[in-house]
Write a protein that binds this ligand. Structure first.
Ligand code: MG
Length: 265
């Protein structure tokens, strides 16, 4: 499938989907408490998604059994919610959520610390977000896709972190996963030229130790090979001539001033 350029109407729908997803992330993040099961998190998340008239993108996607991927500590992505798994004070919990609104997907992930977390964990979480922003500085029409990838990798290198290579970001729109792949590591090829109207899910998965990962026996959950911590930060973005629009940013993040969506400089 070729890389799609979204029409004005499609962009409006993706903005709406992203706004809802930002709200779901913000509200669900505030629900997290020690002692909750990861299945409870999924149920609350699914209810929130459906309350906006959206469908959870991940539910039954290639057989994934839940609406929210809940990945704890050394789990990188695709943690399967379970009533047997509780989150504890000090855990790092990554929530990856996709919603479909009127046929258009938005995909975003946030990592949260539960209660008081170690300094290592807190730095990993914040620096993973920093890697995302380092990458999207290059996400403008006329630049090349792998400039984003290289900038994410450079940011992770600066801290001595491992970059996950087995999973990558992606184009997104009427399908959850579209072309192109958006790697989080340097490539020798510069990649495609970015154009206004492309929509991408940019999602650094950054590890405290090695970037190498393995799959658990459930065939879904990806864990770090050294079982050190991992963090994930993802947004759906729209390429414009200027700064990209971060469609799934949360209101708290806007208030924090980390990025003004929609502002073309
Ligand atoms: Mg994604």
């Amino acid at each position: 499938m070729p890389v799609t350029i979204k029409s004005a109407r499609e962009i409006e729908l993706m903005r709406a989907a992203g706004k809802i997803l930002g709200k779901v992330h913000q509200d669900l993040g505030k629900e997290l408490k020690p002692g909750m099961t990861t299945l409870e998190i999924d149920h609350i998340g699914e209810e929130m998604i459906r309350s906006y008239g959206c469908i959870p993108s991940f539910k039954n996607y290639h057989g994934f059994p839940a609406s929210v991927c809940v990945s704890v500590n050394d789990e990188v992505v695709h943690g399967i919610p379970s009533k047997k798994r509780t989150i504890q004070e000090g855990d790092l919990v990554s929530l990856d959520i996709g919603v479909v609104y009127k046929g258009y997907h938005s995909d975003a992930a946030r990592t949260h610390g539960i209660g008081e977390i170690s300094q290592n964990a807190s730095e990993l979480m914040l620096r993973t977000r920093e890697c995302f922003f380092a990458g999207i500085r290059y996400a403008s029409a006329g630049n090349y896709l792998h400039q984003i990838s290289g900038a994410i990798h450079n940011c992770a290198d600066k801290y001595g972190y491992g970059v996950v290579r087995d999973l990558v970001g992606h184009g997104i729109g009427s399908h959850l996963h579209e072309e192109p792949e958006v790697p989080n590591y340097r490539k020798f090829h510069r990649g495609i030229r970015l154009r206004s109207g492309m929509t991408l899910a940019v999602e650094p998965m950054i590890n405290e130790g090695t970037g190498n990962v393995e799959w658990m026996d459930n065939e879904w959950t990806v864990v770090t090979r050294d079982h050190k911590l991992s963090a994930h930060y993802e947004n759906t973005i729209l390429i414009t001539k200027g700064k990209p629009e971060i469609l799934s940013i949360t209101e708290d993040e806007i208030a924090e001033g980390i990025w003004m969506p929609g502002g073309n400089e």
